[in-house]
Design a protein around this ligand. Structure first.
Ligand SMILES: Nc1ncnc2c1ncn2[C@@H]1O[C@H](COP(=O)(O)OP(=O)(O)OP(=O)(O)O)[C@@H](O)[C@H]1O
Ligand SMILES: O=C(CO)[C@@H](O)[C@H](O)[C@H](O)[C@H](O)CO
Length: 521
């Protein structure tokens, strides 16, 4: 993979993220680093290479310190990791109404700071690259030059958000079907849904034009963090995130500027585009114990970063269940999606690395459905005068469902609708008086999440595409035995379960590989 052309910013020396990344920089001599002499290779490998990966998720922030171990079968080791609940839901905005979903950026950065503070200080000093990923589709705004303030937390230098808006997340439902239908047709293979950055900006343009005048930069939450760490003069975004905003053409790697301008869209806030896997800049100051001048990668989509962390073979599919669900497999090299968006299609083609694509069934309804059920129970209990911790509810319901191996209760769990069927909400059928226990309901919810995914991408279809194995990731899956059982029951393949800091590890791996490539070239 070389330079992509003048329109791409921040593309440094060629990084070659492999299509099947797990053994990427496990040195399979010659395969990945063909011009490298054995002497230079062993010299490079002798030095310790540690990268920090960060994932700014919807529910939690995660950080992982990952070291390259060339002799190890996996090629890397996670030295330390940390996750912190963000608890960032902002109060309902009057303009957006109950469909709005916004998060408070200060809380997300606070959770990030807590994660960094919990990692071993000495290892942070050794970090040679920082990779960041996060919740795709969402948008936040800031004022260039005033996006943050640097301060100290204890003895550690940290930044705190300055002139920033809330983050309007991918779960935001303010753009109704009618509103979306009123927008111009994008020149892209991806259609535009509520919660996509450009749809949200169009909505703000129509409903809160004054709000937009307060800011001159926009990005995802992870683009914001990269911009603050590096002190970037303009916001910078990779094609993975740009595609998830809508009105971005992945073939020409450019925004649909003419279409957007013609509709009065504030194109000046759109980020510049960089190649996924390239370096956005270097830290402009020391951050915690990480030295000033450390390379920071352009922020990646959480979907792509999770897949990167665990898809090892061409015949693998990745099932990630965290707040939402994604089932992804890679398309053959050279694949190009049809250039017309199809809003009714349940499968999307998202850009991966090196101009390749992932075929993805991206369901909006995953762990968040279980979280909604838990909130409902906790609220009902409070209404009944009882107090119970959410974590207690999770463990009791998972235990109850583990003992309830089957159920006739059927739950279609689409409380958020789906992007291809926004108005089809959840339903419960086949309710009998003997199937109302906590175990029945939880089993039916977990089964429903998996069955809903199956309705979007029938698992047999994966077989036809040559998939032989499914790798499960995401903490809603790793923490829930019943969900794992339902996954194993539904897939006609062996399923292996990975780690729950997957996207953070994936983001770190991209930086590690880049660093190793630089050392040996
Ligand atoms: N105590 C618990 N036991 C089991 N599952 C839990 C528990 N607490 C939360 N969960 C599940 O984990 C989900 C959150 O997963 P995770 O922390 O991976 O989210 P996230 O990384 O922010 O998501 P995303 O990457 O999609 O943005 C919740 O939606 C819920 O279903
Ligand atoms: O789950 C998410 C954020 O926590 C999303 O970013 C998903 O990754 C995304 O919705 C999906 O992967 C693709 O649309």
């Amino acid at each position: 993979m070389g330079r992509r052309g003048a329109s791409m910013l921040g593309v440094a020396e060629g990084l070659a993220p492999p299509r099947r990344p797990e053994p990427a920089w496990r040195v399979q001599e010659g395969a990945l680093l063909p011009q490298t002499s054995a002497a230079r290779l062993s010299e490079a490998m002798a030095a310790r290479v540690v990268a920090l990966g960060i994932d700014l998720g919807t529910t939690s922030v995660k950080a992982a310190l990952v070291e390259a171990v060339p002799g190890d079968p996996t090629g890397f080791v996670v030295l330390a990791s940390c996750a912190r609940a963000a608890r960032a839901e902002a109060a309902q905005s009057a303009a957006a109404g109950p469909q709005g979903q916004e998060q408070d950026v200060s809380r997300i950065i606070q959770a990030l700071n807590e994660c960094l503070a919990a990692l071993p200080r000495q290892l942070l000093q050794e970090v040679c690259g920082i990779g960041v990923s996060g919740q795709m589709h969402g948008v936040m705004f800031w004022k260039t030059g005033q996006g943050c303030e640097w301060t100290k937390e204890g003895t550690s230098p940290v930044f705190e958000p300055g002139a920033v808006s809330h983050l309007v997340t991918w779960q935001d439902g303010r753009c109704s079907s009618e509103f979306l239908a009123s927008l111009p047709q994008p020149e892209s293979h991806l259609s535009v849904a509520s919660g996509f950055g450009c749809a949200t900006i169009f909505w703000l343009l129509k409903n809160s034009p004054e709000f937009l005048k307060s800011y001159d930069a926009a990005g995802t939450i992870h683009d914001y963090v990269v911009a603050m760490l590096c002190g970037l003069p303009r916001s910078l975004m990779c094609d993975q995130n740009a595609a998830s905003w809508g009105y971005f053409n992945t073939q020409s790697q450019s925004w649909n500027l003419e279409i957007l301008r013609a509709s009065g869209f504030p194109v000046h806030v759109l980020p510049d585009i960089a190649e996924a896997g390239s370096v956005a800049g270097r830290t402009s100051r020391a951050w915690f114990e990480i030295p000033k001048g450390t390379q920071v990668g352009v922020a990646l989509g959480d979907l792509q970063a999770s897949v990167y962390s665990c898809m090892a073979e061409r015949t693998d599919a990745v099932l990630n269940i965290s707040t939402s669900v994604q089932l992804a497999t890679s398309m053959p090299s050279g694949f190009q999606p049809a250039q017309t968006p199809d809003p009714a299609a349940p499968i999307s083609y998202f850009p991966y690395f090196d101009r390749s694509y992932l075929a993805v069934a991206a369901s909006l309804n995953g762990g968040n459905v279980l979280a909604t059920f838990v909130h409902m129970l906790v609220q009902w209990m409070a209404d009944l005068g009882l107090e119970v911790e959410e974590s207690t509810v999770y463990s009791c319901m998972i235990q109850a469902a583990a003992q309830q191996r089957d159920t006739c209760l059927t739950i279609t769990p689409t409380v958020l609708g789906e992007r291809h069927l926004p108005d089809q909400l959840a339903s419960v059928t086949r309710i009998s008086s003997s199937a109302l226990s906590l175990g029945h309901v939880t089993r039916a919810l977990c089964r429903g999440i998996v069955q809903n995914l199956h309705s979007m991408l029938p698992f047999q279809q994966l077989k036809e595409w040559g998939v032989e194995r499914v790798i499960g990731s995401g903490s809603a899956l790793s923490r829930n035995e019943v969900l794992k059982q339902e996954v194993q029951r539904a897939f006609p393949f062996p399923v292996s379960f990975g780690q729950d800091v997957d996207a953070a590890v994936g983001a770190a791996l991209v930086m590690l590989q880049r660093n190793l490539n630089q050392r040996v070239s």
